[in-house]
Design a protein around this ligand. Structure first.
Ligand SMILES: [Cu+2]
Length: 86
């Protein structure tokens, strides 16, 4: 996936409960971070050269994710959603 000021691409992710999710995140500009509070993914740094983020969702549902690092004026609108299915 990609991240830049001020968007995630794609902004909707669909994954399976109990299966490892590996996000290879390309960053187009400044420091960002990923937080998915309801899935226990907390403040993972995404430096300008990108990051590989792994987690295993253990809950079914639709959850919001955010940028956890203040990256500029539009930081507050940097949201996406992750849909976890059985
Ligand atoms: Cu930000």
């Amino acid at each position: 996936m990609g991240v830049r000021q001020y968007a995630w691409d794609p902004s909707v992710l669909e994954v399976k409960k109990g299966e490892l999710v590996r996000l290879i995140v390309h960053n187009a500009d400044v420091q960002h971070g990923l937080v998915i509070p309801e899935l226990g993914v907390l403040n993972i740094d995404i430096p300008p050269d990108g990051a590989v983020i792994e987690f295993t969702p253990e809950k079914v549902g639709t959850f919001r994710f955010f940028c956890s690092y203040y990256c500029g004026d539009g930081h507050g609108i940097m949201q996406g959603k992750i849909i976890v299915e059985e």
